[in-house]
Design a protein around this ligand. Structure first.
Ligand SMILES: Cc1cc2nc3c(=O)[nH]c(=O)nc-3n(C[C@H](O)[C@H](O)[C@H](O)COP(=O)(O)OP(=O)(O)OC[C@H]3O[C@@H](n4cnc5c(N)ncnc54)[C@H](O)[C@@H]3O)c2cc1C
Length: 530
């Protein structure tokens, strides 16, 4: 098999890359995906993330190594393994991040990645259903809508946050992120708008685009320092796919560094123990791992929540009918309804924490909702300082890499999360939500506002909100893996384009930035190709 471009990984970024490259009929493009087609209905029904997460048909089902910052706990790290990648199993929340995130990337030496540079690609990707303005895109493939669902307790929380002194923000993806508002989501007509739905569905008839599923890339083959071919197990059969022009790795923050290491690109001392001869030494592969860690305060309340609305078969049938006939109700709900981007200290220039307000609660998603009515005011630190890493567990492509997130390893990270939990409590104590809360379920009244107690609770109960980034970071320093054109340092014909190239994590959910990265690299490749 031979193509002009071979794209590895049909996730948020990879779908955008393959679709945009194949718009030019002069080039043939192969898109290889380890997972299968997105034919499972739960991929398309918004609430389906409860069924696709932890399901080996759609999720890689990674687990972290025991983490000291979480008092030795090992936690699940879902990643999409299906057309659309993580955008097919994610919570649908659409967040670009702060302008300052991208200006910081540019300040680090990444020319072309400042906010003014990336905004056109966010807009190009997007079809925003809300009011048009300079910041928002119309007519792009990725449909972004407002929520079709609301619950009084979440509205009351937002009102309480405003009463507590935080400002209202009706569009956190507009000129200013700061404030309290409702989430926007990647949804069209009540159905998930994954990257596959947005970019592949309209492109799949193109003769110059081959979408190959159940194609697990095992490594890249080189001729000298030039990437020549992708080796993949396609339905179990080893196949070589030659790239006449370029290979683009879009296998995500776990997959892309794993493939590089299996191909001999990484730190020699980490490759040798697995019998891999380094082709090119790049110490940064798999390093600089950043994620958002969420603490999940839960408040029992006296108003209706999903917990109490889904108890009986009769209720569930009602919900199914509401979705079938009106595409609304709990089944049309993204992972959270309300959000707030706030500052833990007034002297900060921009928000450093984000809330996810969910009209349900669970100890673990797999256990189902609690038996009582309650909501969750999940809080995370937007720009953690702690960085982790991942490394190969073996030289076999089928073995999951070892993931070391290294959460809560700096004082700023601990202080910020503790302050976020205190703010959750303070807002919970403010009218009108105060009157709806019957008690604090967790941390619980036994845990006082004392710093050590709250931190200990966070270490024992916090979990990922599924945003690993940065493991093939863009830059010029010795730990950088790709340059500002996303070309792998020291290698020809090979780029990485996905969430792994972020030098620092964006201030918010990471799907929209990953898609933006895919849009931007495709544009760079096509401009260079002429
Ligand atoms: C459960 C969950 C909930 C989330 N919720 C949200 C949310 O609400 N909002 C938000 O903005 N972000 C959310 N995220 C994060 C967001 O979806 C990701 O940051 C984003 O999708 C990453 O895009 P990517 O292109 O880097 O990787 P991915 O989308 O993960 O794509 C990588 C693709 O490469 C494939 N692949 C990997 N290895 C190989 C290989 N060896 N061979 C072939 N193919 C391979 C994978 O199967 C996958 O399809 C969530 C993520 C998860 C998992």
């Amino acid at each position: 098999m031979e193509f002009d471009f071979v794209v590895v990984g049909a996730g948020s970024a990879g779908c955008a890359v393959a679709s945009r490259l194949s718009e030019d009929s002069r080039y043939s493009v192969a898109l290889l995906e380890a997972g299968g087609r997105d034919t499972i209905p739960w991929v398309h029904i918004p609430i389906g993330y409860f069924k696709t997460m932890g399901n080996p048909v759609t999720d890689w089902c990674y687990y972290t190594e025991p983490d000291a910052g979480l008092n030795g706990r090992s936690i699940a790290w879902p990643r999409g393994k299906v057309l659309g990648g993580s955008s097919s199993i994610n919570g649908l929340l659409y967040v670009r991040g702060q302008a300052r995130d991208f200006d910081h990337w540019r300040q680090l030496g990444n020319t072309g990645w400042g906010f003014d540079d990336v905004l056109p690609y966010f807009k190009k990707a997007e079809n925003w259903e809300g009011n048009a303005d300079d910041m928002r895109g119309k007519g792009g493939p990725l449909n972004v809508s407002q929520s079709r669902v609301s619950r009084p307790v979440i509205d009351a929380w937002a009102e309480a946050a405003i009463a507590a002194g935080y400002k209202q923000n009706t569009d956190y993806n507009g000129a200013d992120q700061e404030g309290v508002g409702m989430f926007q989501m990647t949804m069209k007509d009540g159905l998930r708008c994954s990257a596959a739905k947005a970019y592949l569905a309209p492109a799949k008839q193109r003769k110059n685009l081959s979408i190959i599923v159940h194609a697990h890339t095992t490594k890249i083959e080189f001729k000298g320092r030039r990437a020549k071919a992708v080796i993949a197990k396609i339905n179990g059969i080893e196949t070589s796919i030659t790239a006449r022009r370029e290979i683009v790795l879009s296998a995500g923050s776990i997959g892309s560094p794993q493939i590089l290491m299996l191909s001999g690109i990484g730190a020699a001392e980490k490759l040798h123990p697995h019998g891999i001869e380094p082709i090119h030494e790049l110490a940064g592969v798999g390093m600089n791992l950043q994620d958002h860690l969420q603490a999940r305060p839960v408040f029992k309340c006296n108003s209706s929540t999903i917990n109490t609305e889904t108890r009986s078969l009769f209720q569930k049938m009602g919900i199914a009918f509401e979705y079938a006939f009106r595409r609304s109700g709990p089944m049309a709900m993204a992972a959270s309804l309300g959000t707030a981007f706030l500052k833990t200290r007034p002297e900060l220039e921009t928000p450093d924490i984000q809330f996810h307000l969910q009209p349900f609660s669970a100890t673990r998603p797999a256990d189902g909702p609690h038996a009582f009515s309650a909501f969750t005011a999940s809080v995370l630190q937007l720009r953690p300082e702690s960085t982790g890493h991942l490394e190969l567990a073996s030289g076999h492509y089928g073995d999951h890499p070892k993931i070391y997130p290294n959460y809560l390893a700096t004082k700023t990270d601990c202080d910020t999360l503790v302050e976020g939990i205190r703010i959750a409590r303070r807002i919970g104590n403010t009218s009108p939500v105060k009157e709806m809360i019957t008690s604090e379920f967790s941390p619980g009244e036994a845990v006082s506002d004392n710093y050590d107690g709250l931190l200990e609770w966070a270490r024992n109960s916090s979990t990922t909100i599924y945003h690993p980034t940065g493991t093939c970071k863009m830059g010029n320093d010795k730990m950088a893996v790709v340059d500002a054109d996303l070309k792998v340092h020291g290698i020809k014909g090979l780029r990485v384009a996905d969430a792994s190239i972020m030098p620092t994590i964006t201030s918010g959910n990471t799907n929209a930035p990953a898609i933006m990265i895919g849009e931007k690299v495709a544009d760079m490749i096509l401009k260079e190709a002429v």
